[in-house]
Design a binder for this molecule. Structure first.
Ligand code: ZN
Length: 158
């Protein structure tokens, strides 16, 4: 007879069976979207996130960089990430909460592009309720947008 601690966990009542070929949800930690002190809405840690762990990804429509730049001109809030010299992800229609991640000059997370995927990793331990931020690096704003991250050493523009 199997010992209790070796029995597989019973499936959750509404758990969908994993279908072959369907990628697992890339969201690894719970993230809330709510009003941000930095700008508009932001992504906030809904659970503690240890340093160096993957937080999640933003997925979206794969478009050419040329098309992405055309779209960016018509958007008030840009949700486009260039993933290579030729391809970009437009996350406007995405429901992934990390698409609301704001820029900070002293971020607690880092954005990594890996094989066309837009991944977020914790740079340090992130506590429940902290806003998740990354350094956007170069943006289409070309330094013309005032940075309101409020961090000591803020470079003032993104
Ligand atoms: Zn700043």
């Amino acid at each position: 007879m199997a010992r209790l601690d070796t029995l597989p966990a019973p499936p959750a009542a509404n758990a969908e069976p994993r279908r072959k070929g369907v990628p697992a949800d890339p969201q690894k930690f719970a993230v809330d979207v709510r009003a941000s002190r930095i700008d508009g809405r932001g992504a906030f840690a809904a659970e503690a996130m240890p340093a160096r762990r993957k937080i999640g990804e933003i997925r979206g429509e794969s478009v050419s960089v040329r098309e992405a730049r055309r779209r960016a001109k018509t958007m008030e809030r840009i949700m486009i990430v260039e993933v290579s010299h030729t391809r970009a992800i437009d996350a406007s229609g995405s429901t992934d909460p990390l698409r609301f991640t704001n820029h900070s000059c002293q971020p607690n997370a880092v954005l990594r592009i890996r094989q066309g995927r837009v991944e977020f990793y914790a740079m340090r331990d992130i506590a429940v309720g902290e806003e998740i931020t990354v350094n956007y690096g170069e943006t289409h704003h070309e330094g013309k947008l005032r940075c309101r991250c409020g961090a000591p050493g803020c470079v003032g523009a993104i």
